[in-house]
Design a binder for this molecule. Structure first.
Ligand SMILES: [Mn+2]
Length: 235
C-alpha cells in the first residue's frame, strides 16, 4: 500500500482507542499520522496520548494552549482535571506542545489540518489563532465565536461560511458522525464522551472509527445545531 496521510480526531486521553484505531487503519511506518489537537484532559491517559503524538505529528488544540498558558500557575488555581493532566506530564512534554503548529498544510490533497476552524475570506496563514483553536458558530464579519449551546440564532457553524480554496480537516466540535462538506471535514466524534474515535485517511478521504471503551466524561450539555442540513453538534 502506498503512503497515506491519516488524520485523527481529539484524543482527550483516549489512548487505547487511539491504538485500536491505528491498528484498524493498518497504519505503517510509511504512513503519515497527524493528530488534530486536544490530546489531553477529560480522559484517562494524558501522558500516553502526548507520547503517542510525539512519535507522529499534531496541531495545537485549545487544551494544549490552555496548559501552555497556565504552565507556571499555582496548583490551587487549576481546575482539578487540568491539574491531573499537568501532574501526568513532564517539562519535555510541555516543550513539545509549545512547538506545535496551529495548522498543517497538505498541499498534495488541497487540505489543511486545524484544531477548530477558520473565519471566511482570510488566508489560513493570516487567521487569528483564536479562530484556529476555538471557532464554532460565527457571524462574519464579527469576530466572536460562540459555543453551539450559547450561540444566538443568527450565528451559524463556521463551515457554512468557509469557501476554501482548501478543504479543512478539523476536530474540536463533536458530531454524531463525521461532517463532510466540499471544503470542510470534521472528525471529532466524541470518544471521551463514550462515542467514537475517528480518522480520515487520505488520499481516499475514507473514514475509520472505533467505539469508545467507556464514557469517560458524562454530563455534557447537548446542543443540537443545524450543520449543513442534517448533522448535529454537541457542545
Ligand atoms: Mn478543542
Amino acid at each position: 500500500m502506498s503512503a497515506r496521510t491519516i488524520v485523527i480526531g481529539d484524543l482527550h486521553g483516549c489512548y487505547h482507542e487511539a491504538l485500536e484505531l491505528l491498528a484498524k487503519v493498518g497504519a505503517t511506518r510509511s504512513d503519515r499520522v497527524i493528530f488534530a489537537g486536544d490530546l489531553v484532559d477529560r480522559g484517562p491517559q494524558q501522558r500516553e496520548c502526548v507520547e503517542l503524538a510525539m512519535q507522529h505529528e499534531a496541531v495545537l488544540g485549545n487544551h494544549e494552549e490552555k496548559h501552555l498558558q497556565q504552565r507556571h500557575r499555582a496548583d490551587e488555581k487549576l481546575l482539578p482535571d487540568h491539574l491531573e493532566t499537568r501532574r501526568a506530564l513532564e517539562p519535555h512534554h510541555f516543550d513539545w506542545m509549545g512547538r506545535l503548529p496551529h495548522y498543517l498544510r497538505l498541499p498534495e490533497h488541497n487540505a489543511v489540518v486545524v484544531h477548530a476552524g477558520l473565519m471566511p475570506g482570510i488566508p489560513v496563514e493570516s487567521q487569528d489563532p483564536y479562530h484556529l483553536l476555538h471557532a464554532q458558530c460565527i457571524q462574519p464579519p464579527t469576530k466572536k465565536s460562540y459555543w453551539p449551546s450559547k450561540a444566538p440564532q443568527s450565528a451559524t457553524f463556521w463551515t457554512h461560511h468557509w469557501r476554501g480554496p482548501e478543504r479543512i480537516i478539523f476536530g474540536h466540535t463533536v458530531f454524531d458522525r463525521p461532517l463532510v462538506t466540499e471544503h470542510a471535514v470534521g472528525i471529532d466524534t466524541g470518544c471521551v464522551y463514550g462515542r467514537s474515535l475517528t480518522a480520515v485517511v487520505l488520499p481516499s478521504w475514507e473514514f475509520v472509527s472505533v467505539p469508545a471503551r467507556s464514557t469517560y466524561r458524562g454530563g455534557k450539555t447537548v446542543a443540537r445545531i443545524p450543520v449543513h442540513g442534517d448533522v448535529c453538534a454537541f457542545s
